[in-house]
Design a protein around this ligand. Sequence first.
Ligand SMILES: Cc1cc2nc3c(=O)[nH]c(=O)nc-3n(C[C@H](O)[C@H](O)[C@H](O)COP(=O)(O)O)c2cc1C
Length: 287
Amino acid sequence: MTGQEKGGTLSPDRVIRSYPVASLHAGPESEPPKISRPKISRIAWLTGRLTAGQGHCHIRSSDMSSTMTDTATPSQPDNSPDNPANALLHPELPALDERLATSLFRDGRSFDRWKPLPVSDETLRTVYDLARLGPTSGNSCPARFVFIRHPEAKQKLRPALSSGNVEKTMQAPVTVIVAHDPLFYDRLPHLWPYEDARDWFVHNAALAEETAIRNATLQGAYLLLAARAVGLDAGPMSGFDRAKVDAAFLMPQGWRSEFLINLGYGDPEDLPPRAPRLTFKEACEIL
Ligand SMILES: Cc1cc2nc3c(=O)[nH]c(=O)nc-3n(C[C@H](O)[C@H](O)[C@H](O)COP(=O)(O)O)c2cc1C
């Protein structure tokens, strides 16, 4: 990395190349890109996610990006630069933003101690609005999040925590309950309008539960990384009594808790050295 890059100026060879959006889904350059009508439609639909709301969710029309219009035909996609669908949203960003990779992963730690700095509603909304863009199967978006910030709500959480998690959680500016909605499939006519996806789950409780847990857990991880992306630190926890958390916070909505994440600005004092991770050879196979 050059000094210039460290200072934020991009060297020309690291500026992202201007791929038309449609070609990102295409085969080799010699072949005409194959892109079907449903896939193009999905690009536009992908911006429609559940929004942070007060007990309800809705699509905001302002979220439908004007750069993602359905202009291509199945046989002849329009890859010309004049097509607004081909505009890059952030052409100024480098292909791999090293600083972001460092914030998300290399410097990202599980914090136990927190600086006494507040986290605003606006920051929490930004975190959610990033996290909701992460992929889920069938765009099912089963995760629900309860942000516990008020001291009274924190005290309500206290009896559900394992003893080792009490102090750090009481100190953290915000604790998020990552939960899933067992009836997530009722939103599928809106979130996945291409076919009757609700029908896949409504008569199959085991599949619904498996799908909800898998995808809500993924969404919790997206939320943790989104928090790091906006400069927050995180401390995930599974040491708590799920039944108590569900009874105290999730009964009215019928949601089920998965895990907790403390959020705030971490105090690195006393942060232990990073524990080892498995090497590529130990944990991965390429077949
Ligand atoms: C799902 C999950 C549950 C966790 N539960 C707890 C917990 O109950 N208490 C705790 O102190 N740390 C908990 N942790 C934190 C892990 O111990 C920590 O992420 C791991 O040691 C790696 O630390 P690092 O992120 O600082 O490298 C949990 C982490 C995850 C992802």
